[in-house]
Write a protein that binds this ligand. Structure first.
Ligand code: PMT
Length: 402
């Protein structure tokens, strides 16, 4: 997702400075190239050397440092940035940017950049709710600056309230959202219905049949669709994932519940992506009481669940319908069969026995097969990157049809 993207991170003074180390480490793991600009007060909290080691780039702390390159540094960084992140952002830097003050390296570079700017404020509650600060934030929002809102909790000064720097996870998600939103393959005005995670088919009050799906693939697709401007309904089986903001999440447990929910939202949807791993079978009878063990073996009779995707294919008309195929052998042949049988625009096939593919992990190895039998094979990549490829393909299909 962030491979080879240039992110310039401005760090201003506050106790939360150390959390930016975590943010940088996460962004680096996602492949981003990081340059850090610290204000003098930020450097009082954590040494520039720590940021230099993590970012693997020289950290700039003052405009009149001896330049490390012949570029005019504030201009070259301003031009290099694909995204500018300021975390933590004090009331002071917010006030400076909102009022056009450029009197140090950070404020000067922000003023010179044309990259989108994402600001993660962190300050004492009374400062944060101060009307001047709120007015400055509003000025910036009106000008298109993006914010990762601070969290509430116990602040370093001992007060309780809003003003804590957002978690590193939320800040990184803000960066990813901003990148997704920059895609020129927008889905604005489209309604996207996505399924994610496993289903659970009860045997008795304590046991059920399920599979290893974590929901990561479907949730990543849902967030990426939202970031491209789509209205998203996410039908989710049981997962441990946080509910994404700005998305209507409908929790279900069984395949039958998924069937009912998906069909309820189907008519309104322009695009349907079925990333969920749905149980094909369920116990024919569900015991009301816990099944007691005996000395004999136990057989459980299974009955078929509805094939949701097959049914959607029969009602598809001009909607875009995308399926997934999880296979352990004959991946391409099996997946091709599903494209035709289920009347799909394309299928995303993964061999779940390959290392780094399929369930649970952050990566997958997929092949995309379209309704004409064209096959595109991809190397192992992050599920976020796969989401981007899928959404780009959907965008191209919409444009072909319109
Ligand atoms: O959730 P993660 O841990 O990130 O893992 C991602 C994933 C491996 C679950 C995902 O990439 C994936 O492959 N999902 C589909 C898994 C699956 O059920 O494959 P299938 O070949 O059994 O089903 C084919 C398609 O039909 C799927 O789109 C499935 O949602 C749909 N289906 C299947 C059975 C059924 N009764 N109804 C359905 O709609």
């Amino acid at each position: 997702m962030l491979s080879n993207k240039n992110i310039v991170i401005g760090i201003t003074g506050g106790i939360a400075v150390y959390k930016s180390l975590d943010v940088i480490s996460r962004l680096k793991k996602l492949g981003a190239n990081i340059n850090v600009i610290m204000t003098k007060s930020a450097a009082e909290f954590v040494t520039p050397l720590s940021f230099q080691s993590l970012s693997q780039n020289y950290v700039i702390t003052d405009m009149f440092d001896e330049p490390k390159t012949w570029d005019v540094e504030h201009i070259s960084l301003a031009q290099k940035a694909d995204i500018f992140l300021i975390a933590p952002a004090t009331a002071n830097i917010i006030g400076k940017i909102a009022n056009g003050i450029a009197d140090d390296m950070l404020s000067t570079t922000v003023m010179a950049t044309q990259a989108p700017v994402l600001i993660a404020p962190a300050m004492n509650t009374n400062m944060y709710i101060n009307r001047v600060v709120q007015r400055n934030i509003q000025i910036l929002k009106d000008l298109g600056y993006k914010f990762v809102d601070p969290a509430s909790g116990r602040l370093a000064c001992g007060d309780y309230g809003v003003g804590k720097l957002a978690s590193p996870e939320d800040i990184v998600e803000g960066v990813i959202s901003l990148f997704n939103g920059l895609s020129n393959k927008t889905l604005k005005g489209k309604k996207v219905l996505i399924t994610a995670g496993p289903t659970q088919e009860p045997i008795d009050p304590v046991r059920y049949i399920t599979n290893h799906s974590s929901g990561k693939m479907g949730y990543s697709l849902a967030k990426a669709s939202r970031d491209r401007g789509a209205e998203v309904v996410l039908v989710s089986g049981p997962t441990n994932l946080e509910k994404p903001k700005g998305i209507e999440v409908v929790d279900i447990v069984t395949a039958n519940q998924m069937y009912d929910t998906v069909l309820k939202h189907f008519d309104a949807a322009d695009i349907i992506i079925k990333a969920a791993a749905v149980a094909d079978y369920k116990p024919k009878e569900v015991s009301n009481n816990k099944i007691k063990k005996t000395d004999s073996n136990l057989s459980i009779e299974l009955s078929r669940n509805p094939d949701i995707l097959l049914e959607l294919g029969s009602k598809k008309k001009d909607k875009i319908l995308v399926g997934f195929a999880a296979e352990t052998r004959d991946l391409l042949e099996n997946a091709k069969g599903k494209v035709n049988r289920k009347n799909l625009d394309f299928i995303v096939a993964n061999n779940i026995t390959e290392a780094g593919a399929g369930f649970k992990g952050d990566t997958n190895i997929v092949s995309i097969i379209d309704s004409f039998g064209n096959i595109e094979k991809y190397d192992k990549m992050k599920k976020e990157d796969i989401s981007d490829i899928i959404l780009d393909k959907i965008y191209d299909l919409i444009n072909l049809k319109e």
